[in-house]
Design a protein around this ligand. Structure first.
Ligand SMILES: [Ca+2]
Ligand SMILES: [Ca+2]
Length: 531
């Protein structure tokens, strides 16, 4: 088992160093058919699943060359695609873009001319080679976007200069390999997209790698490979203008990896906002991204705005956390966080009001799996950079194994108020449920606790009879969790795999014959070469 896993990983490393376009057996790689629109449908196909060999995904892994071969003895069946069996990746259904006109370019001068003359429906195709980009102000339409793409994914390279889309609309840039120290900016954009690129940025000068800024709306950052990182600078930063954060951004199917934290702040893989945008509604969706070896500061995802959704992401082997640092009314559901034996692996941290966290799976982290942090002030007092007091957080249907559980309060003096902690499965050395002195009116309902706890009200002290499939545990037949969640929470309509909740089971999984729409992400599910 150990030997075969190591062999697979070695294959990944060798292929990644090769770097070229990989032809996947049975799947067309005709460039024309890989142009996809920015439709944001969620759910849908059952792409992914078991069976693709490790070598077929080399294009999405940029981590090999710097020697991060992971000792696979920890059980990496979920990574290499060989058999976690946890279902599809819920890939969105992208409809092909029809090119009304195709313009072939092979150098920077041609590219400048093609983009300045671009009309809706133009596809500007970059021959293999090196490019510098002009500022792009092109205007496509919803029906006829403008696509600027590498003829062969990853074979159009950028070693100098920035990529700036300024006031552009319906413009897609895809398929680049970015190795220079320049940065990428979507400024005042409408429906712009940066996609299927390998961003192996020379980050010695710091700065954010990709920024969505100004009045941008409906932009998408997807199917990219970000990493490695060795200096400060957030990989994806959502900014804004005045007091309004950018809105309706979708960040999906990216592979963030190999963050080598050395100190200080500003190393986030995704920072969605700033403290000054705390109360600004972003309506961003961060979904189906895979974070791997992302040692961070400690936020791997840092939400600093309101009304966002963080769902169906996977983080593994990362000394970092998903953090609702600033803002209110954020939702975090269907995420997998596995420590994989890495020291300082962390879970989820929460500040602010009215967040809903459900159907998350946290395994083997060295800090609280979910931490409702004490606050320094409330929304109408103190500084925007404060930790805002937690009000009315709802932690529901999460499964937490092999570590600490849910911690309510601590670190600062204003403890959480009116929170609900219901129908979670918690198993491990614990403490599995604990609460700081001064916490007010926490409601505990139907939590299955198998281990040490300092809270006993609203708990069912039984063995949930978890079984391990691939790398994760879920309830097995005969579990007391089955059909045991009797109090309705109407916004929890499905489970971590997208299976419908029928007579809801306690914890992240519903036992069901329905097909899995989501699961623990694998390398094959993300990055430039993913479906
Ligand atoms: Ca940080
Ligand atoms: Ca049920």
């Amino acid at each position: 088992m150990r030997a075969s896993a190591l062999t697979l990983w070695s294959l990944l490393l060798v292929s990644a160093c090769g770097g070229g376009e990989i032809s996947e057996a049975g799947r067309s790689r005709d460039p024309q058919t890989t142009i996809v629109s920015s439709s944001s449908g969620v759910g849908g196909s059952q792409a992914g699943g078991a069976g693709q060999g490790g070598a077929s995904i080399a294009g999405s892994s940029g981590s090999g060359g710097e020697g991060h071969g992971y000792d696979a003895s920890g059980g990496w069946s979920g990574l290499d695609g060989a058999g976690s069996g946890s279902g599809g990746n819920g890939a969105s259904v992208d409809t092909p873009v029809t090119c009304l006109r195709t313009v072939q370019v092979s150098n920077a001068a041609d590219l400048t001319q093609a983009t300045s003359n671009a009309k809706p429906g133009d596809c500007v195709v970059l021959a293999d080679g090196n490019y510098t980009f002009p500022v792009i102000r092109a205007q496509g339409t919803e029906a006829s976007p403008i696509v600027i793409r590498a003829a062969n994914t990853s074979q159009a390279t950028v070693t100098t200069g920035n990529l700036v889309l300024q006031g552009a609309a319906y413009v897609q840039v895809q398929g680049l390999t970015w190795s220079g120290s320049g940065t990428i900016h979507l400024v005042d954009c409408d429906h712009c997209r940066f996609s299927r690129s390998r961003v192996q940025r020379n980050d010695r000068d710091g700065e954010e790698w990709v920024t969505v800024e100004g009045t941008s709306k409906n932009c998408r950052i997807d199917h990219n490979d970000f990493g490695p990182q060795s200096h400060t600078g957030n990989m994806v930063q959502l900014s804004g203008t005045d007091t309004q954060v950018v809105q309706y951004t979708r960040i999906d199917h990216n592979f963030f990896h190999d963050v080598h934290y050395t100190g200080g702040n500003g190393w986030e893989c995704i920072r969605a906002g700033l403290s000054s945008y705390s109360f600004s509604s972003a309506h961003s969706i961060i979904e189906q991204n895979f974070f791997f070896h992302a040692a961070n500061d400690p936020e791997v995802i840092s939400i600093k705005s309101s009304d966002n959704v963080v769902r169906n992401n996977t983080m593994r082997a990362s000394a970092g956390q998903f953090s609702l640092r600033h803002g209110n009314r954020n939702m975090m559901y269907g995420n997998y966080i596995l420590g994989d034996g890495v020291g300082n692996a962390q879970g989820i941290r929460v500040c602010g009001s009215d967040h809903k966290l459900f159907n998350n799976y946290v395994q083997e982290v060295g800090s609280p799996a979910i931490y409702l942090e004490g606050g320094e002030s409330i929304d109408t007092s103190g500084q925007l950079t404060d930790h805002k007091q937690v009000y009315r957080a709802m932690l529901l249907f999460n499964t937490i194994v092999n570590g600490e559980g849910i911690v309510v309060g601590g670190s600062h003096s204003r403890q959480p108020v009116d929170c609900t902690i219901a129908y979670n499965v918690l198993q491990g050395s614990g403490p599995l449920l604990s609460e700081a002195s001064g916490t007010q009116n926490t409601t505990y309902v139907g939590n299955i606790v198998n281990g040490r706890t300092s809270i006993t009200r609203g708990t069912i002290m039984v063995d949930p009879k978890l079984v391990k499939t691939g790398d994760v545990f879920s309830i097995g037949s005969g579990s007391p969790a089955i059909d045991a969640a009797t109090q309705p929470f109407t916004f929890v309509t499905d489970d971590i795999e997208g299976k419908p909740r029928v007579a809801p089971d306690i914890g992240a999984n519903e036992i069901s014959s329905a097909p899995a729409m989501f699961g623990l992400l694998k390398l094959t599910d993300v990055g430039p070469m993913a479906p």
